[in-house]
Structures are given as structure tokens and as C-alpha cells.
Design a protein around this ligand. Structure first.
Ligand SMILES: [Zn+2]
Length: 147
């Protein structure tokens, strides 16, 4: 029997066919934060203290990207031993006015990425703990570059 996969980090995203990142939004200035801000708005020019839960957009465009050639420090757990480089993308979510860094979906590398290219949020298993797959969010390229 296969164990049910669980989010590697609780409370950062929903799972299922239509996963969403879980952030917060300031009711004073509208600034969206991911991961959730607590206590104070992250906008340095705002004194807002009321933050509400906010689901971020599922799709965005690549703002920047890089190749992770070295294993990140803990709590990162490599899915492979030895570590295999993966691609990282900083994705701009226009309607949320935020850039969210994340790994690129399995099967894609930096050669598949271009600044401005569309991506969507997916949730994929990263590693296992006691036989239970741990899910993380990733960005998956969805099409060609708009030129
Ligand atoms: Zn604010």
C-alpha cells in the first residue's frame, strides 16, 4: 500500500488538481506576502496590522531563473543522493504583485526556461520521510515565450 503524500511544509500550499500557494494580504495596503506574514504588513511604508489569508494566483511568468548546482542548506532534503542540480525560477504573479521563488517541475531544466515565459503551480513529491512522500510546490512551464 502506498502512503498518502503530505505537504513537506504545513500551511504553505494546498494540494490536489488545483494547488494554490497560501499567503496573506494586508487589508490596509493590499500587499500580498508569501509565506504568510504574521503580525505586521511586510510593506515598509505601511503600518497595517490586519492580515487576512490569501490564495495566490496559480499562474505567472518567469522573472528570473537559475541553476542550483550546489545542494541548498538544511532544511532542504535532496531527493537524490548524490545531489542532482535542479532549476530554480523566480515567478512574478502579476495580480498579486509578488515574486515567488521555487523549484522548477521535474523533467524541466534551465534550458526550458526563458524570462517572461508562462508557468503554473504544481505540487510534486520531493523526498520521503518514513516511506511517506513529501510534497513541495514547483513551477511548471506551460508554453512558449511571448516575444
Ligand atoms: Zn500593508
Amino acid at each position: 500500500m502506498t502512503a498518502t503524500a503530505v505537504p513537506a511544509i504545513e500551511g504553505w500550499f494546498t494540494t490536489g488538481d488545483d494547488p494554490r500557494l497560501l499567503g496573506s494580504r494586508c487589508t490596509t495596503c493590499g500587499t500580498v506576502s508569501f509565506p504568510k506574514a504574521t503580525g505586521l504588513c511586510r510593506n515598509p511604508g505601511c503600518r497595517g496590522r490586519e492580515l487576512v489569508d490569501h490564495e495566490l494566483a496559480r499562474t505567472g511568468t518567469i522573472w528570473s531563473y537559475t541553476d542550483a548546482q550546489y545542494q541548498p542548506p538544511p532544511p532542504y532534503l535532496s531527493a537524490t543522493d548524490p545531489f542532482e542540480p535542479f532549476a530554480l525560477a523566480a515567478v512574478e504573479l502579476a495580480e498579486d504583485r509578488i515574486v515567488v521563488l521555487g523549484q522548477v517541475a521535474s523533467g524541466f531544466g534551465v534550458e526550458d526556461l526563458r524570462v517572461g515565459a508562462p508557468v503554473e503551480l504544481v505540487v510534486e513529491p520531493q523526498h520521503e520521510v518514513d516511506g511517506v512522500p513529501q510534497l513541495i510546490y514547483r513551477w511548471r512551464p506551460t508554453g512558449e515565450v511571448a516575444s
